[in-house]
Design a protein around this ligand. Sequence first.
Ligand SMILES: Nc1ncnc2c1ncn2[C@@H]1O[C@H](COP(=O)(O)OP(=O)(O)OP(=O)(O)O)[C@@H](O)[C@H]1O
Ligand SMILES: [Mg+2]
Length: 258
Amino acid sequence: MGRIIAVANQKGGVGKTTTAINLSACLAEKGKKVLTIDIDPQGNTSSGLGIDKNNLENTIYELMIGDCTIEDCLLNNIIDNLSLLPSNVNLAGAEIELIGIEEKEYILKKEISKIRDNYDYLIIDCPPSLNTLTVNAMTTADTVLVPIQCEYYALEGLSQLIHTINLVKQRLNPNLEIEGVVFTMYDARTNLSLQVVENVKMNLKQTIYKSIIPRNVRLAEAPSHGLPINIYDPKSAGAEGYRDLADEVIERDTINNN
Ligand SMILES: Nc1ncnc2c1ncn2[C@@H]1O[C@H](COP(=O)(O)OP(=O)(O)OP(=O)(O)O)[C@@H](O)[C@H]1O
Ligand SMILES: [Mg+2]
């Protein structure tokens, strides 16, 4: 049964989408069957993977409001081993449309359970808020991976995120765990990045990934070419960072399963 990881942090611009795209692509490169799920109305994961998101007949929005089946909106093998459940701005309306719908927190979970066995990893990119969409992702997921940007306000809002994860665990998904924290946009030239890492390590009991994602301009460029970093610039520091992270995710799985 595929493992489902939600990439979440309600703080904007911390590297959720960059992590969802490139962790997915690096897992796929290592031969794992991956489904990337874009549950953010910004649709950045979809466009970052080269999808013309505004010309899709069916997206995760149509799926969630019951207008299409999961097969209708799945984009299979857009890259070797990597499939996508795309999103676009239509999803912004879902929050309102789902009001009053029974078990609205479980809509994604019910759909994903139909196809979960077809993949090794399912990676969900969450929007920068703690709304119904993020709750759907957390209800579906086994674990939450929290990207933390190496900047001064890194810890701000983190306790709220952990509180939300705990609430979902208590009320909706008793199996939910925090996968861990991954540092993004690390700049080895500044003391600040190092301080942030030390500070988070001191203040957070959660698992922290050894792989640290460097600040790397190639990571910022890749989405405009619709490519993940391991294809756009396979030898870049960013590609190395996400390959290491993929290795660590796989390694932890192996340990946990034994
Ligand atoms: N390691 C990195 N090095 C350089 N630029 C990066 C890196 N990670 C992300 N970026 C850039 O920083 C910006 C924010 O990253 P990203 O879109 O992944 O964050 P996000 O958390 O998904 O944002 P949002 O909250 O809006 O969904 C983007 O322009 C991205 O290209
Ligand atoms: Mg994003």
